[in-house]
Design a protein around this ligand. Sequence first.
Ligand SMILES: C[S@@+](CC[C@H](N)C(=O)[O-])C[C@H]1O[C@@H](n2cnc3c(N)ncnc32)[C@H](O)[C@@H]1O
Length: 229
Amino acid sequence: MTRAAAKSRRPIRSFVHRARGLTKAREKEFAVLWERYGRTIPEQEFQPEALFDQSGPITLEIGFGHGEVLLNEAQVCTQHNILGIEVYRPVLFSVLRKANQLEIDNLRVVSGDAAALLPRFPDDCLQQIRILFPDPWPKRRHQKRRLLQDRFLAECARCLVPGGLLHLATDWSDYARQIEQTVGKTACWRIGSDLPDRPETHFEQRGRRLGHEVWERVLELKSLDTSQG
Ligand SMILES: C[S@@+](CC[C@H](N)C(=O)[O-])C[C@H]1O[C@@H](n2cnc3c(N)ncnc32)[C@H](O)[C@@H]1O
């Protein structure tokens, strides 16, 4: 196969692999933390509640970065189970370290590409999905890499329980417009409850420093009717 043909068969990803790994000492510590918090998502017959020690509603945060919101929610909502998916290992490591220091028990994390992993989740299994400040891919030719597009949002809808919440934020106005258009094409979402009280995230602060306005919505899943509305 030619290099060009191989490239055209590669899935379009919402991230680039960054080479920065962990030092040997950190790899050791990571392995211990992973025992406690890390999980893998099997390809078949997977029940998310089995990842946790207690039963309770599950919030999934995708691309949690430095974990400000993930850790805060795990501490504030101790009866809830908090699941994070993040593809970048160095931030995973620092979040697990903080979780361990804070003695958090209701948190599990998965390392990998949420676009590949979410289709493995069963229907109606999540109370809430949170995606804050996803990589913006501002250049037009890169916008196909944006995570929040028709197919991914339809997967989110499939995984949420009826009445479940999808919490989104971005500081890129054209990404916000694109999300609103995508959401507006289906009849399954309504603008949901008030915005939750949450800590500012790392990328949110960066956006504000650049003078960006933050767009944030909580969408409530009303039905899975995906007809044009
Ligand atoms: C712009 S950062 C935002 C991080 C954090 N939510 C914040 O607001 O500071 C986007 C994060 O999503 C992660 N990410 C991007 N695509 C992903 C994917 N397909 N699956 C899991 N994580 C992803 C990146 O590694 C990065 O940590």
